[in-house]
Ligand binder design. Sequence first.
Ligand code: DQA
Length: 148
Amino acid sequence: MSEVFVLNGPNLGRLGSREPDVYGAADFEALTALCRDTARRLGLHAEVRQTDDEAELISWLHEAADGRIPVVLNPAAFTHYSYAVRDAIAQRTAPLIEVHLSNPAAREEFRHNSVVAGVATGTIAGFGFLSYVLALQAIAELLAESEG
Ligand code: DQA
């Protein structure tokens, strides 16, 4: 079964209590369960991780690059300023989909720019947990295309 990493950056472990008006009432455990179930349905195995630490996130991106593992990535606030995360993504050897729960383009000015979008395969934003489901579907389609 093909593996996919679902990597999450800072503050996403606090879903449920964090700004529920923006991010919803469901917690990170619920997001993890949804990603695992969705992946299983698509014939994939999802390895779901979250960190508040930039170095740890970068080490996971290196692991994905070395293992040719596709990634669904919510870089959270790193999206907007981390050239180090961008440089790690640029080394990818498989599809990487940038996801966001909210629609950053409709929020504060500083969220309008993504420094990682230019090295991602594509971006899905604004659909809450559904953003992750859509990204996993995209990964499954891309893998099927490359295998077929
Ligand atoms: C986010 C959007 C980012 O601007 C923010 O810093 C986050 C979450 C989202 O999923 O909507 O932490 O990536």
